[in-house]
Design a protein around this ligand. Structure first.
Ligand code: SF4
Ligand code: SF4
Length: 305
């Protein structure tokens, strides 16, 4: 099979992205993630397959979805509208016929050729801003063949590439991607092992080990740290981030990602039963204080993302 024909499942392509690496970029979001962060900003990325997103507040009650669904996944139960995910086979017919756009399919199968064509459309912007393509998710290495083929095609076309990764993957995969990635956007969710396990569902030891190996292999790394009120914000965490930066000279920059609540409404639309965080988005002043603390600890490259 040609590299251009390799298929993957993505849930979005964002053009003119300015927070996913240097310059103006096109970010490709892959589905599938081995973590389950309590604060996830993109919960629609967690499951690997396409799924239905339902926004009841947009529904105008036309009833098209009830009539069209062969599985009877949409129906009325008394005066209550019901969408039964267990019956749904994600054929997409209801989404196509819902003119109110209350139903959407999240996730679609694409080829490398289709994605690269879309990425190429903004090449003039990459050239003037030193931007390029970023692969994000989800965890792109979950769809390794697709990720490898897309990055290889981008490099063949001399596009600058970033890979946004949780680091929870085999070293063998990262090693194979090394020559194809200009900058790793490496997520470090928490430096506290117990909290990491509790709030992401996984240990952080492999993540830290892969970070060390990428550093030792000479990769360029931007460390990305979500800052979640009530979970990982304390001085010890900032001190440990500074320790990580000091001991990994290939980390060229640290980006702090303050919590925002957008993921909550997305979870509701996808029917996920996820923990409800009640914390608010941190104020700008608070973020400035974290940045100042990191700079005091010697991390001069810290900035908000
Ligand atoms: S097709 Fe859309 S607008 Fe019509 S009832 Fe179904 S969800 Fe509501
Ligand atoms: S995606 Fe298909 S099976 Fe699922 S609810 Fe819509 S029409 Fe029914």
């Amino acid at each position: 099979m040609s590299r251009l024909d390799v298929r993957g499942i993505i849930f979005d392509i964002k053009r003119f992205a300015i927070h996913d690496g240097p310059g103006i970029r096109t970010t490709v979001f892959c589905k599938g993630c081995p973590l389950n962060c309590a604060w996830c900003h993109n919960p629609e990325s967690i499951r690997p397959d396409p799924e239905i997103s339902l926004m009841p507040d947009r529904c105008i009650g036309c009833g098209h979805c009830f009539k069209i669904c062969q599985q009877h996944a949409h129906r009325m139960n008394g005066d209550k509208r019901v969408y039964d995910r267990d019956r749904c086979v994600v054929c997409g017919d209801c989404a196509e016929k819902c003119y109110a756009e209350a139903i959407e399919i999240v996730g679609r199968q694409v080829t490398v050729a289709e994605v690269i064509q879309e990425v190429e459309a903004d090449r003039p912007f990459y050239e003037t801003s030193r931007g390029g393509m970023t692969l994000s998710g989800g965890e792109p290495t979950q769809q390794f063949d697709f990720t490898h083929a897309l990055l290889a095609e981008a490099k063949l076309r001399r596009l600058h590439t970033c890979l946004d990764t949780s680091g929870l993957t085999s070293w063998d995969r990262l090693d194979q991607l090394l020559p194809l990635v200009d900058i790793f956007l490496y997520d470090l969710k928490d430096t506290d092992a117990q909290r990491h396990k509790r709030f992401t569902g996984v240990d952080n030891d492999l993540i830290l080990e892969n970070l060390r190996r990428l550093n030792d292999a000479g990769a360029e790394i931007i460390l990305r740290c979500p800052m979640i009120p009530g979970i990982n914000i304390d001085d010890q965490h900032l001190t440990r981030i500074a320790d990580v930066v000091r001991s990994h000279p290939r980390i060229s920059e640290v980006n702090l990602l303050p919590y925002h609540r957008l993921g909550m409404s997305k979870s509701d639309r996808m029917g996920y039963d996820r923990p409800k965080l009640t914390e608010q988005t941190p104020a700008g002043q608070e973020v400035e204080e974290w940045l100042t603390r990191l700079r005091d600890l010697g991390v001069t490259t810290a900035r908000r993302s």
